[in-house]
Design a protein around this ligand. Sequence first.
Ligand code: PLP
Length: 389
Amino acid sequence: MGFNIDLSTRLKKLSPYLFVEIDTARKKAQQEGRDIIDLGVGDPDQPTPRFIIDALHRASLKPQTHKYALDRGFPELRIAIARWYKFRFNVDLDPDREILPLIGSKEGIAHIPLAFINQGDTALVPDPCYPPYNSGVIFAGGEPHKLPLLRENRFLPDLRHVKPGVLHKAKIMFLNYPNNPTAAVCDKSFFKDVVKFATKHNIIVCHDAAYSELSFDGLKIPSFLGTPGAKEIGVEFHSFSKMFNMTGWRLGFAVGNPAIITALTKVKANIDSGAFNAIQMAGVEALKRVDKVTKNIKSLYQKRRNIFVDGLNKIGWDVPRPNATFYVWAPILKRYTSASLAKELLERADVVVTPGNGFGQGGEGYVRMALTVSESRLKKAIDRIKKII
Ligand SMILES: *Cc1c(COP(=O)(O)O)cnc(C)c1O
């Protein structure tokens, strides 16, 4: 009899991780020798700033960094995060109780449902969304309840129309502004509504602020924790990945309500042993020069955004100009679905985009394009896309 490898129900429940599928199609096209412009995965094309690499090098020479990281992370990093939060958002955080370094924010996002979700509990999750919100909830035995993000609501969930039966079972909710994939931003008044809603229904808020430092035209993105009452009910996730071009390093952090942070610390203490100490030390140096680095990154993407969006509009594809993130969330052209347009763009224009429905059914009708290639490649992409308009 053959050996039977039977996957768990939780794994079977997941839709295939979207970026893997797209990457496979891209690789196949490249193996055929085609010059592919990849606007698919949102991974910065620029290197990590040199001074951060130097800081890692110096720190890695110190033997004490070679040991297990302490359970709440490197104290100096927590202090540096508290200082940055005060300076940037005017939010006070206690480095010992309200800050937790993560092995990338995705790690914390995927693990936090384990702290609060029981079998059959519900989590409110935006649709479309960054995929780990759904998978984390499913791994914890919970049911994601989708909150549609519609263009007519500026891609904000309509909190007034969540059904009482759902509210009753919901224990946590995920939010993400500036938003991936829609590139939407929200203002402080939306956060106020969220605090009111979540307090009333006793729902823990997990706000993902991975793109807080990637906004354009001088727009200043607020912190969820800057909202009165937010720290009573929620946490905010941040990442070094997009802020400093450090996706491969795996460093992020969660900040906010001390009881929620403690619960996540407990989950993690049983799963991992923290981010490499030397990377945490390099993170301290990165935060010291955050303004200079993010200014350069913002201006790079802002230029690319202008070139790409203007170019698309000129060839007759009417796409909105994003105020933040490095994504363009483009309504599909008539006669296509998200998937058929993505396929057509790869087959006939050698351009990789992400079909919107890969972020959930609510993303149908859109494709996401990442501005993570050079200006000249973006111009070339426009020339090629012209053929299928
Ligand atoms: C890129 C991204 C992150 C960052 O993940 P890391 O694990 O810190 O690299 C988090 N949330 C969203 C919405 C993202 O797009």
